[in-house]
Design a protein around this ligand. Sequence first.
Ligand SMILES: Nc1ncnc2c1ncn2[C@@H]1O[C@H](COP(=O)(O)OP(=O)(O)OP(=O)(O)O)[C@@H](O)[C@H]1O
Length: 297
Amino acid sequence: MHHSALIPSSASRLPPIHLNRPTRSQDYNISLSFQLGISSNTFTLYLSCRSTSLSICWASVTENIAIEAQNLNYSFPTRQGKFVPILKDCSLRIPSGQLWMLLGPNGCGKSTLLKILAGLLNPTNGTVLVKRPKSFVFQNPDHQQVVMPTVEADVAFGLGKFNLTCDEVRSRVSKALDAVGMFNYMQRPVQTLSGGQKQRVAIAGALAEACKVLLLDELTTFLDESDQVGVIKAVKNSLQNSGEVTALWVTHRLEELEYADGAIYMEDGRVVTHGDAASILDFIKAKQSSYSDQINS
Ligand SMILES: Nc1ncnc2c1ncn2[C@@H]1O[C@H](COP(=O)(O)OP(=O)(O)OP(=O)(O)O)[C@@H](O)[C@H]1O
């Protein structure tokens, strides 16, 4: 892979710095990224090394990109000491304030990619930039962050790490529960909620912590249709209210694409295509119909 693939075209490139030739004879690439909290902007330092020269450039990651991955690879180590490739050269870009979906057949690597974006797994190589704070919400509502006796206490629980007054905590909890349509459930014991309501409370917890990116792993898998629609509308509503929260939603359900701004379609560890939701829906439908034609012929 040529080093220029790692460098955004908008980057202002500095003159190359020449280094001694590496001891190994083949060309190789290095890409490193740093997130610096300089005012409201995020800056990335890209280092690209090819054989005898190292070129360095600063790229300002524009405010309107919330999630960016470049040439991500991930392999699982086996007990025999071998590596099984799971993600292969995945690149994607998601603008701020949008709801994107991640789709693909079972085992294609969606959850693995989401966990890398969440920082729960480290990629074997490649770069990842995700705006912070970011929150990962799990698939099964009974296995996740919901731990306190009432809905209000549960959402307030995560705010303990901030130095907030009681009024600030109350205000954040109310706003977050309102955004997901759970304001009237504030005093309900968590265990009396439906699966979808628990998911909405978990999302409210992330919103109360002022998260900028929500990473949502197949939230609707165990939900019935009305809970499913309730959760997805809650996410959409939260994004619209804040204007700056971005969500990436892993799903198998094509009908959920109607709520999305954009989507990524994966197969066998690769990002096959990504773009606006309508185009991805057309792409998947065309694939499905050519598959049925093959079966019926
Ligand atoms: N801990 C692990 N060790 C070894 N292989 C794993 C591990 N976790 C996942 N895999 C493999 O990695 C591949 C991708 O898994 P992943 O869960 O990311 O896929 P997915 O697209 O989310 O699947 P699904 O839609 O079924 O949830 C699969 O082949 C899976 O078997």
